[in-house]
Design a protein around this ligand. Structure first.
Ligand code: AMP
Ligand code: MG
Length: 416
């Protein structure tokens, strides 16, 4: 009979923060590649983007109306001659001089001579002549040249993740090709003699592989590319071979087999491959056994097999690593907010506990609704969860109504 594995000498449990720091310190920033700006969504910029011209290109009108001289309308109501009509995108050929106005549409450049736009609502909307009913301060309704971007401004910094607003700015500065971080390739291995795949028969004692798929989805959500290695039986040889076959990837993630069970071979396989194991225990629940190893320039993350432990350790350690590897410089970790729990929380008190909650904004206050079942094997406790309520070691109960820190890993729910 194989015996249980025993903790190795000199190994101590790290705090989550220590582990996060050590993980990030190991992450190497990967190379970059040029992509069409329309394909940059979800990627990380690897070059500063500079405005090549002023936007807007000249002073222009924020309103539909009449370009006038403020002094001409000082004693309103006043009647002015309309000398030209200026749709957006056209440039005036005439100059606004005393007693005249040019009809102008939002976005059009302010004609020479004019300094103010009388919006149509304060006029009689005339075409040959217009009556302006109200005096306006000079510059009213005029948007200044370069108000949005000035030529030479760095409008997007290297390290910025690209969302819709960034794509819009890239379009404005006509940056049709932009350099972004390469998407990391992440190998995913599921270990366990009991694990069968989705399309396989499921005799008693077997468990259907869900971790490979939830992990692959989290990898995609983080902007990386999953590479499915499949299911590996609990043997040293098979585990070693699977890890070796994954070495072409940037990171390797395994699920299962990192605990102290008699058939947990991930750590031994890493030793056999001469990996440099950095740590394998973190003072948290779920997910105490989490292995971080460096293996021939690759980072190896050995996650526990329980589906919730797997996802929680991904959120706390691997997601931030992927973002850093792609070149992101800030906002690597999910933020912690304070929320009021709507039901009591229980914890063993021996380690920091991350309890799954659904954070809802109720009349402007963040409320955390705990999932009814909190077992680390209860994969449905992650369904619709967007937060992890943090109950520190030493605390065994939190009453309903108390405020707790919550690691927010998805958008807050709206009340309706
Ligand atoms: P382990 O960390 O290998 O001791 O596994 C812990 C628990 O997670 C066991 O109940 C396993 O059956 C379960 N488990 C391991 N791998 C997977 C997987 N790929 N999909 C779903 N459950 C798993
Ligand atoms: Mg196992």
């Amino acid at each position: 009979m194989t015996t249980f594995q025993t903790p190795r000498a000199g190994e101590r449990m790290l705090s989550v923060e220590e582990a996060q720091e050590r993980v990030l310190a190991e992450v190497i920033i990967l190379g970059s590649e040029p992509v069409a700006f329309t394909d940059a969504l979800g990627r990380v910029l690897r070059e500063d983007v500079v405005a090549t011209y002023d936007i807007p290109q000249g002073d222009n009108t924020a309103m539909d109306g009449y370009a006038v001289r403020a002094e001409d309308i000082a004693n309103s109501p006043v009647r002015l001659e309309v000398i030209e009509d200026l749709p957006a995108g056209t440039v005036a050929t005439k100059r606004v001089s005393k007693g005249t106005a040019i009809r102008i549409m939002t976005g059009a450049l302010i004609p020479d001579g004019a300094d103010t736009v009388a919006h149509v609502e304060i006029t009689d909307a005339g075409s040959e002549f217009v009556t302006v009913q109200k005096a306006l301060k000079r510059g009213t309704n005029v948007r200044a040249r370069g108000e949005d971007m000035h030529k030479g401004d760095v409008v997007l910094q290297a390290g910025t993740p690209v969302g819709a607003a960034e794509i819009g700015v890239l379009a404005s500065v006509q940056k049709s090709v932009v350099r972004v971080g390469r998407r990391p390739i992440i190998a995913i291995i599921s270990t366990g003699d009991e694990i069968v795949d989705v399309d396989q028969p499921r005799p008693p004692g077997k468990v259907v592989n869900s971790n490979s798929y939830s992990l692959a989805s989290m990898v995609r959500e983080a902007g990386a590319i999953p590479r499915m290695i499949g299911i590996v039986p609990d043997s040293l040889e098979a585990t070693t071979a699977a890890i070796e076959s994954a070495l072409e990837s940037d990171f390797i993630i395994s699920s299962g087999g990192v605990s102290v069970g008699a058939y947990d071979y991930v750590k031994d396989a890493l030793d056999k491959l001469d990996a440099e194991t950095k740590f394998w225990q973190i003072a948290m629940k779920p997910g105490k056994p989490v292995v971080l190893s460096r293996l021939r320039e690759r980072l190896f993350f050995g996650l526990p097999g329980n589906p919730v432990s797997c996802m929680v350790s991904f959120l706390l350690f691997i997601g931030p690593s992927i973002r850093k590897a792609m070149g992101q410089r800030i906002n690597l970790f999910p933020p912690t907010v304070e929320a009021r729990v709507t039901a009591p929380l229980k914890s063993r008190g021996d380690r920091r506990n991350y309890l799954r909650v659904r954070v809802v904004a109720r009349s402007g206050t963040l409320m955390a609704e705990p999932m009814p079942s909190q077992g680390s094997g209860v994969s449905t406790s992650m369904v619709q969860a967007n937060g992890l309520a943090v109950v520190e070691a030493g605390v065994t109960a939190v009453d309903a109504g108390q405020i707790v820190p919550v690691v927010l890993f998805d958008r807050v729910f709206s009340e309706i």
